[in-house]
Ligand binder design. Structure first.
Ligand code: FAD
Ligand code: SIN
Length: 547
């Protein structure tokens, strides 16, 4: 089978905020004689980033109540002490530059009547320090500005080749463990291509789709992690999956639209169907760290209670202005927040773990970098502080560009026997996975297994059950080299990532942060608060409870 071969100075996989920002900065500052390839498996603007609501952390001089030390302390506390202090400090110190540079790229953060930036609050932040766009459309606002820059700024656009509907399926790793590029598969033409570059960066996002209930869009199948696992890169902290406490929970629907934590930041409160304000006794109440709130909601749901957000404390006009997208989506689903409570439940939201990297994205494999949610810089520890991830995308992409700009990025198409044999597998083998497997059904099975056994509460027994069931599904793919579709590649990646999460969760026998083992004694300080809700006596207004 003939196969196309191309060379670039840098290959960027993924067009979320990390990938787009890296592409722009590279095109602006680095010498890229062979150009930049930006490869994405869906359309340019489809990704997790697009749906980010609450905002992005900015520790800015003009915000007098805030400081680097406060932000560092909040991040480390939310992460239960497992964050790397130097990484947290570095990212916090660079937040001012990141925000100013996003503004220079055309991002229009919300301002008040005095034309000053508006800061909001989210869980576990001690001060208001989160900037937002379009009220609750921060990700959309940033992604839109970056896409426009890439498309309309001629100097930038002329350096970047964009491949859409094209999935990276395997990294080209030589015998000395150097990454030489990758193999891609175009879902529209069904063609494979060998792509060579001195630098490859995975900006492929998280893993949310591995779970039945998730706030993440369908593209978030952990592909970058799977590619890195196959390339024997070091992976870190995969037991720490963040479940967002408040996703819109509608009967007869598995989809989970996010109700931003900033809705609680602006005053909304969590209640159960009996009107009990069950976060009342926690020192941080509704704005306790996410893992704590998610477990408390889970405990309510396990007792058969329904859980709601009471947004009446915000006021109707303010809600409509501040959260236009959430207001509209609720209304489309027959929830009028002026009269009704919003039914919520937790959903898989963010992967704290990932490909182990430095802040500049360098992985344990030479020439292979990872940035954004796909990477684990150890910023987040056991539980991410809200709105730190978009900041990490931008700061790490910037560092990545600073690092590789100093290198010679002239592509030299070095192909040894090991790389050649990988290419041949795609060029010559007809050894496809079964074309008649029901990918949708198998994906649903993986998602159910993970939700039921590797979710908010885990035990050794549930984890072993999950491992054995996932292993059975994996057997379908035994001894085969290629998939028959993009969907099949995603399924294969989801299986690999699911196993990685399960094995990490099995290895960590204690509970800390987002990893809660019901068969162990909690060790984290925040977990001390588990069970406090039993003491809650407050009642909210029963008249608004939806049956
Ligand atoms: P993504 O934005 O997920 O982009 C990944 C890209 O890689 C996509 O373009 C995808 O198509 C592509 N891709 C994946 N695999 C392949 C492959 N094999 N080949 C080719 N392309 C591939 N964080 C905050 O800080 N603040 C918030 O307010 C916030 N709100 C959120 C709300 C929601 C609903 C969600 C889901 C997340 C939110 N987060 C928030 C988290 C944050 O959005 C993500 O962590 C961040 O956007 C990740 O950016 P990224 O560039 O790393 O990846
Ligand atoms: C939210 O708006 O609640 C999401 C914020 C985040 O995940 O950082």
């Amino acid at each position: 089978m003939p196969m196309k071969h191309s060379t670039y100075s840098v290959i960027i996989v993924g067009s979320g905020i990390a990938g787009l920002y890296a592409a722009i900065k590279l095109a602006q500052t680095a010498k890229v004689p062979d150009g930049i390839l930006l490869l994405t498996k869906s359309t340019l603007s489809e990704c997790n980033s697009r749906y980010a609501q609450g905002g992005i952390v900015g520790v800015l001089d003009e915000n007098k109540q805030d400081s680097i030390s406060l932000h560092v302390a909040d991040t480390i506390k939310a992460g239960c002490g497992l964050s790397d202090f130097n990484v947290v400090k570095f990212i916090s110190e660079n937040s001012q530059h990141a925000i100013k540079d996003l503004m220079a790229c055309g991002v229009d953060f919300d301002k008040n009547e005095q034309n000053q930036l508006n800061f909001t609050l989210e869980g576990a932040h001690s001060v208001r320090r989160i900037l937002h766009v379009g009220g609750d459309a921060t990700g959309y606002g940033i992604e839109k500005a970056l896409v426009e820059k890439i498309k309309n700024d001629k100097a930038i656009a002329s350096n970047i080749t964009i491949y859409e509907q094209t999935i990276a399926v395997e990294l080209l790793i030589d015998a000395n463990k150097n990454c030489r590029g990758l193999i891609s598969y175009n879902a529209a033409t069904k063609e494979y291509e060998a792509l060579y570059a001195p630098v490859t960066v995975l900006a492929t996002g998280g893993t949310g789709q591995v779970y039945k209930y998730t706030t993440n869009p369908s593209v978030t199948t952990g592909d970058g992690l799977a590619l890195a696992i196959k390339a024997h890169a070091e992976i870190k902290d995969m037991e720490f999956i963040q479940f967002h406490p408040t996703a819109l929970s509608l009967e007869n629907s598995d989809s989970r639209f996010l109700i931003s934590e900033s809705v609680r930041g602006e005053g909304a409160k969590l209640i159960n169907q009996n009107g009990e304000y069950f976060m009342k006794n926690h020192p941080q109440k509704d704005l306790a760290p996410r893992d704590v709130v998610a477990r408390e909601i889970y405990a309510q749901l396990s007792k058969g209670n329904k859980v709601f957000l009471d947004a009446s404390f915000i006021g109707v006009e303010k809600f409509k202005k501040r959260f236009p997208n959430i207001y509209k989506t609720c209304l489309e689903n027959n929830i009028d927040i002026t009269k009704d409570f919003i039914p919520v439940s937790p959903a898989a939201h963010y992967c704290m773990g990932g490909i182990k990297t430095e802040v500049n994205g360098q992985s344990s494999v030479n020439n292979l970098y990872a940035i954004g949610e796909a990477a684990c810089t150890s910023l987040h520890g056991a539980n991410r502080l809200a709105s730190n991830s978009l900041l990490e995308c931008v700061v790490c992409a910037h560092e990545f560009v600073s690092t590789i700009s100093k290198q010679n990025l002239l592509s030299s198409k070095i192909i040894d026997e090991t790389v050649l044999s990988t290419i041949k597998r795609y060029a010559e083998t007809e050894n496809y996975y079964s074309v008649d497997i029901n990918v949708t059904e198998l994906k649903a099975q993986v998602k159910n297994i993970m939700w039921n056994n590797v979710g908010i509460i885990r035990t050794e027994s549930s984890l072993l059950t999950a491992l054995s069931e996932i292993n059975k599904i994996e057997e379908i793919f035994a001894n085969k080299d290629k998939c028959a579709s993009l969907d099949e590649y995603e399924l294969r990646n989801m299986i690999l990532v699911a196993k990685c999460i399960i094995n990490a969760a099995l290895s960590r026998k204690d509970s800390i942060g987002a990893h809660y083992r019901a068969d162990s004694t909690p060790v984290s300080t925040v977990n001390e608060h588990a069970g406090f809700a039993e003491k809650s006596e407050d009642k909210a207004d029963d008249s608004k409870i939806i049956a």
